[in-house]
Design a protein. Structure first.
Length: 403
């Protein structure tokens, strides 16, 4: 027989989130959603698992390789665990909310599971929080998505944000206009993603200068857009770059302090985007905080709808925040009146009630990591031990500190 497995061992890319980080992440996600709801984005809650045929249809097909599947013993149909929530929200908009007034504003939060992680995000399960604006194709909708994502991240304390704006469909549309075959187009897209100028020259041939110009049109927004405008692009492609310029101008007016960059050929991570897209970063933080952009919902009642939105990745967001402040914990001796204990919680204290009488209440309070003790009906601050800090505990404003 094999030895008993280590029960603490988890599959690669999965982890337990322990106190206080688990509560901190849940609280932060709630604060992000509160910002969305203040912008009239109504919250929805799609299921963790759906029929494979529904979850991976339309835009969802782009996540097929990242999706876990299993057989439903009840229906005998294949089910799929969501790897992303955006397409689920699009499904809800196209079906259950198809008669709701447009533009439709929806937000969400929940866990997703992916087959494998990436170098920048090795986690395979993580929480997503996001918002979708469905039924509008105007530039101000693009601006609203970017600006609200920035506002929400700033509201929870993420510092030094930057946004990288992209046009994922540009390379494919340009290749089609120039009559470049599919195989060469795929190679070009990959070379441009890697910023491999030599490979671009080889694949593009006589059109290499144009594609090299797209590579050079990446960097701070003003410089990048100036270089992009100088390129001789087909009219249909020029319309996309002109829209990007207008969105940048509106964002610079609305958020003058925001660092904006442009990379018109970035495609990785934007498999189902159909227009202006963006990635959110914080200086010094590994990986992107979130991604968003324009896409089309699945066909409903004979029509597809224009949509834009974004998803924030809570694992990255939490890396951008300082450690959670310790709670103001007060130790309540056995026999304390229940009304008094409820009043303490109403004032903002976290109460730890003694379950059996101890010989030394102060020592027990310290053992329970409490910075305060209820003594003679007064909340008393406990002086830290010589080898400990004060735990950094914040005191509720309505303190009854007898120290």
């Amino acid at each position: 027989m094999s030895p008993t497995p280590d029960k603490a061992l988890l599959p690669a890319g999965l982890q337990d989130l322990l106190p206080p980080q688990a509560a901190y992440e849940a609280d932060t996600a709630g604060r992000l959603i509160a910002v969305f709801r203040a912008h009239a984005f109504e919250q929805v809650k799609p299921p963790l698992i759906e029929f494979e045929s529904a979850l991976l249809s339309g835009a969802g097909a782009a996540l097929s390789q990242q999706t876990f599947r299993l057989m439903d013993p009840v229906s005998q149909h294949m089910l799929a665990l969501r790897a992303d929530m955006t397409t689920q929200v699009a499904r809800i908009a196209a079906s259950r909310l198809s008669r709701a007034p447009r533009p439709l504003r929806l937000c969400y939060g929940g866990q997703v599971l992916r087959v494998k992680g990436t170098q920048l995000r090795p986690e395979r399960q993580f929480a997503q929080v996001g918002a979708e604006l469905i039924g509008s194709d105007v530039e101000t909708a693009d601006v609203e998505a970017v600006a609200m994502a920035v506002e929400a991240l700033e509201a929870v304390g993420v510092p030094r944000l930057s946004v990288d704006l992209n046009l994922p469909p540009l390379v494919g549309a340009l290749a089609e206009e120039l009559g470049i075959d599919d195989a060469t187009n795929a190679g070009l897209r990959q070379a441009l993603d890697r910023k491999d100028a030599a490979a671009v020259d080889t694949l593009a041939g006589s059109r290499a200068e144009l594609f090299r110009g797209l590579l050079r049109a990446a960097g701070p927004a003003d410089v990048a857009l100036e270089r992009l405008a100088a390129l001789h692009l087909p009219p249909r492609i020029a319309e996309q770059t002109a829209r990007l310029s207008r969105v940048v101008e509106l964002l610079q007016t609305a958020l003058p302090q925001l660092a904006l960059t442009v990379d018109p050929v970035e495609h990785r991570g934007f498999e189902y985007q159909t227009g202006i897209s963006f990635t959110l970063y914080a200086r010094g933080v590994r990986g992107e905080l979130g991604r968003g952009g324009r896409y089309e919902t699945d066909e409903s009642n004979g029509r597809c709808e224009a949509a834009t939105g974004f998803t924030l990745f809570m694992d990255s967001v939490m890396r951008a925040l300082p450690p959670p402040p310790p709670a103001a914990r007060v130790f309540v001796p056995l026999g304390t009146d229940a009304q008094r204990v409820r009043a303490l919680r109403a004032e903002g204290w976290v109460t730890i009630s003694e379950l059996s009488a101890s010989a030394d209440a102060e020592a027990e309070a310290r053992r329970q990591h409490c910075g305060y003790l209820l003594q003679n009906d007064h909340v008393v601050r406990l002086e830290p031990d010589s080898d400990q800090s004060n735990n950094g505990e914040s005191t509720p404003t309505t303190t009854d500190d007898g120290a």
